[in-house]
Design a binder for this molecule. Structure first.
Ligand code: FAD
Length: 458
């Protein structure tokens, strides 16, 4: 076959990965991105000239997939691990480090001292019942994370340890999140082990040595820059500010392209491919259930933060009423490259922090729909509470607010993949990639997009 022509629609990490795979296999690639920049949920933010991540800031290391990809891109030397100190948890009456042996807040050792410190003796005793209680869950069931944890370890573990993590990190309450979506192996492992705690401990023990996440010097936004450069070297054409809809995408299906890769969420991909007449155009209900978050990044001059009083950040339990943020990342405590950049450019005792607003399922709280002024004011009030210091507002030298609408991956969206593919028009091969199908996170999306394109090209 002469050089195949490929169109990739959407320039997030899924589209960029797909475009790179296609371009290096020799295809003539055109990538169409609706906005004025590539990267989607991976984006830079600059405070007083210091660049950090506005969206995704790390990748999970439970498989080597992202590291391998970064190595193939020549970025291996820039891979960095976070400060192992870890994050803290804010409960209504105390703040303490998150249990060292947990997965999503579920303790691998319910009798450990750090678990006892956060739960108290009675709830810790209830959690330990999991180690001996008969297993009543069965393989055919599809429970939520909240149901399983409450049953095995008690509701205090759900409310005090798990909810702060799922609402803070995954934008979903424990009772909204299927256990398989929360962690693909946890449920089956629990059935094998006869205990949730032993499943957590076993999964942690079999995880690769080292930190659970890694990033790149300069942040994950530098991956987008690297991909953009390599795509240009491979001759791919990138069209920014170019939003494709079914109505104006007739050229995609009329023989111009041999391969078309919508790298959009499932609802938009269905719209693009199906148009108004096709059954696949129906928006999958799960694709509409995303939630929004607002992130306030702060640059502060505060010697009291030099000792990293809350480790690499803080997750806030939903029951805490004094703090409006759901989480804080102390970016310059977590990533040494950020601390070094601050030191080099601004001098000592400068810190970067990122506060998140917008808890899943919460009404009336601050979040995506709040104004910049409301969010900034809340961040200034929350900062002393979150850091356990008395930092005053005038020590905040710069701030930015960024909003993200987060989509939820789902079984329903994933099952669309096949029907979307079979709706291909004459001669054009179609493959859909991205978060809707692979699940949230770079460790899911990157290997999925690579596999999809590689099998398409076979
Ligand atoms: C605040 C935040 C923090 C996160 N942190 C992490 C983290 O630390 N680690 C991690 O692994 N994951 C993290 N994630 C999740 C991760 O960023 C996403 O799962 C991933 O980036 C999604 O990639 P994608 O390419 O599937 O979609 P997107 O990034 O959403 O990209 C889709 C692209 O398609 C474009 N587009 C949409 N419609 C059209 C159209 N009609 N025509 C052309 N272009 C179109 C969009 O503008 C966008 O650029 C985070 C997400 C957010 C929002």
């Amino acid at each position: 076959m002469s050089q195949p022509r490929a169109a990739v629609v959407g320039g997030g990490i899924a589209g960029l990965t797909a475009a790179w795979e296609l371009a290096r296999s020799g295809a003539a690639v055109e990538l169409f991105e609706a906005t004025d920049r590539l990267g989607g949920s991976i984006a830079p933010v600059a405070l007083a000239g210091i660049k950090a991540d506005a969206g995704a800031e790390a990748f999970a290391t439970r498989t080597p997939a992202v590291r391998d990809f970064l190595s193939e891109l020549g970025l291996a030397e820039r891979i960095v691990s976070p400060n192992p100190a870890g994050a803290w948890l804010q409960l209504p009456e105390l703040a303490a480090p998150l249990p060292a042996t947990g997965i999503m807040g579920i303790p691998g050792d319910p009798e450990a001292a750090d678990v006892l410190a956060l739960l108290g003796p009675e709830a810790a005793r209830r959690a330990a019942e999991d180690l001996t209680a008969e297993m009543t869950w069965t393989p055919g069931q599809a429970p939520t994370l909240g149901e399983v944890v409450a049953d095995r370890m008690g509701s205090a573990v759900v409310d005090r340890l798990v909810a702060p993590i799922t609402t803070g990190v995954h934008s979903a309450g424990p009772h909204q999140l299927s256990i398989r979506t929360a962690h693909p192996k946890l449920y089956d492992r629990m059935l094998e082990e006869g205990s949730l705690a032993r499943a957590v401990a076993g999964i942690r023990a079999s995880a690769p040595a080292g930190s659970a996440v890694q990033s790149l010097t300069g942040g994950m936004n530098t991956l987008v820059t690297a991909l953009q450069e390599q795509l240009a070297e491979l001759g791919a054409q990138v069209h920014l500010n170019h939003s494709l809809r079914h109505s104006d995408s007739h050229f995609l299906w009329e023989g111009d392209y041999d391969v078309v890769v919508p790298a959009l969420d499932a609802a938009q991909a269905a719209q693009l491919i199906g148009g108004d007449e096709q059954p696949v155009q129906q928006t999958p209900p799960a694709a509409q259930t995303g939630t929004g978050v607002a992130l306030v990044s702060l640059l502060v001059h505060a010697p009291e933060l030099d000792s990293h009083p809350r480790g690499t950040g803080m997750l806030v339990a939903p029951q805490v009423t004094d703090i409006r943020a759901k989480a804080m990342t102390h970016i310059s405590a977590k990533w040494s490259w950020a601390a070094e950049a601050l030191q080099e450019n601004l001098g000592s005792s400068h810190h970067l922090l990122r506060l998140s607003y917008g808890r899943a399922g919460e009404t009336g709280g601050l979040g995506f729909d709040s104004t910049d002024e409301q969010l900034h004011a809340a961040a200034l009030t929350d900062l002393p509470w979150l850091t356990g210091t008395s930092i005053s507002p005038e020590r905040v030298l710069d701030h930015t607010v960024v909003r993200w609408r987060r989509g939820a991956a789902s079984e329903a969206a994933r099952s669309l993949r096949e029907s979307l593919a079979t709706s291909a028009q004459t001669g054009t091969r179609i493959a859909v990639v991205g978060e809707s199908y692979a699940g949230t996170g770079l460790a899911q999306i990157i290997p999925d997009a690579r596999e999809v394109i590689q099998s398409l090209l076979k």
